[in-house]
Ligand binder design. Sequence first.
Ligand code: PLP
Length: 423
Amino acid sequence: MIYLDNAATTALSESARNAMEPYFSTHYGNPSSIYRFGQEARKAVEESRQSIAALLRVSPREIYFTGGGTESDNWAISSVALESALKKEKSAHLITSAIEHPAVLRTCAFFESLGVKVSRIPVDQKGFLDLEALERALQEESSLREREERSFPSKSGEEVKKGASHCLVSVMAANNEIGTIENLKEIGRLAKEYGAIFHTDAVQAFGQIPLDIEEMRIDLLSASSHKIHGPKGVGLLYIRKGLKLPSFLHGGAQERGLRAGTENVPGIVGFAAAAKEAFSSMEERGRKKASLRNLFFKRLMEEIPGAKISGVNPAEAEGIGERPESPFLSSLHHRLPGNVHICLPGVEGESVLLLLDQKGICASSGSACASGSLEPSHVLLAIGKSHEEAYFGLRLSLEETLTEEELEYTVEAIREAVEKLRG
Ligand code: PLP
């Protein structure tokens, strides 16, 4: 079987499995208990927190474990929306992109249905956020606030910031369908300039590309364990020190009282082990994957008439919006190293998937939520594809272990499937 769907979910890494094992048996204590058996589990949770914090170069007190990326996104967004409601200030303003994962888009839509203002910033044809549109949304928010402050001056006479803590900018670090890596440094700079809180859904980026929380001025960051060969159902939310947010889950005092509930000890330990491995081999794996990705695109373009690359074409990316962050990041050409996405005009992605499955190839037509739902991909629509074209997507997620023979076998299988379906 050739696994090309969210490749990291194929297998738990050996180091994660080994690290987790004792916490299912000999160290099965509850970290909230004061006896030694429980304290072993507490120590494991805190060591995992320290280890992940060190990888992100933040304080362990800024890392909160969650049940995965979806929960972290929900927490980040709802906390800002609820904080304004609790302070009985002006309602929150959620500014997000049109290509976010449903965990962000649907959470924003839910708060919009409750009356919260939501702005969806467009992206260009490659999937890059329109930075001017973002600045306009932030400017509008800031002048609205200034007008309000003039009508209702604050009692303390404090100077009003350009923006407001009720304004959240939530933009993903890298897109899960077309792999575009956003310019977080510039987005963070704009968010800060206007005093907004900056959240990034880094589920696809964590452990795959460098993320500099300080330089990118990130206040909140979501990550998930299963994208880096860690266990499923565990993730984290980074919350910048000093940001006062209400509790997300109410109950016990776990996670500094913000996210109640007995910790998933084996999951957290496995997440930390997988993260350590992912970060230590990030560049080496990334370079291998990017070179396979480039070869895949080349071969697909050669073999499949009419196939179009969605997002950034690495072969033509030289010089576009150069960001001198790191030589490794530049070498990826603004696209996740393991992401291949093409549109196959006249052929529905879902039909190709079924034929590929018969040949032992597991792929995807796009986001997990869109596939199977017969909804066109919102990401493809946002990058300017027609409603019809938005059904023609095929996404392949590569692991560095993919061989060139497997790559050629897959290209041939796609070519045959397309030929068959085009009749
Ligand atoms: N955000 C992005 C960008 C994702 O790709 C995913 C999962 O694919 C999620 C959020 C949801 O993460 P989880 O499956 O851990 O809930």
